[in-house]
Design a protein around this ligand. Sequence first.
Ligand SMILES: [Zn+2]
Length: 245
Amino acid sequence: MKKNLFALSLLATSTLVFSAGDVHWGYQGKDGPDNWGNLNQEFATCKLGQQQAPIDIPTKSAAKATAPIKINYKASSGEIINNGHTIQVALPDAGGANLSGVDYQFLQMHFHSPGEEKVDGQSYPFNAHIVHKSADGKLAVIGVFFKEGAENAALKDVFAQMPSKEGKAALKGKLDPVGLLPKSLAYYSYAGSLTTPPCSEGVTFYILKSPMEMSKAQLEQFKKLYPMNARPTFPLNGRKVTETN
Ligand SMILES: [Zn+2]
């Protein structure tokens, strides 16, 4: 009898682990950010983590960072994915970046509206998170804010091809992620986490100070699919923000 119970609990545990990726979560109500940590044991870091992202960047207390961002992006073919939480663009041959002296490969980029990070309490209507991975598996994200203004050609390319329902589509031609970057790569950096479940920590953020522009029509085009997909900001809990000029 005892043996059977053990087998049953093993089965239950492995089912839970297996289904963690399928647990429904969102940005509102019972499935919203305040409750992510309770939806699944795999998501516990969402409520217990002490280095969670995004944050509201306090610019006055930022210390000087020394390493400028070095970008080595190039145009790549790839896929545009509507994953039910955002639009994500996977570009396997898009090169990478050198961040704080470490070489990273471009992994994927995705979008939030409104922008997730804030700067001294100020928010932006939209941001891109460009996710990179180092050879030893560390994640680093370059964040780019967008404000309303001129149309952005790279976003135009992506939005024209994004699936309106969950699913993926092969990118027509190639896309160069450099089209999402401002001229100045001055940044604020902080130690954070994935901003979606499982909210894993050990992710370094480089939030670019200069916003890019996108048109009102482009913003509306994205919001038609995802009117609100930003996690609220988290306390610093003693973390230091650094910056370059
Ligand atoms: Zn993100």
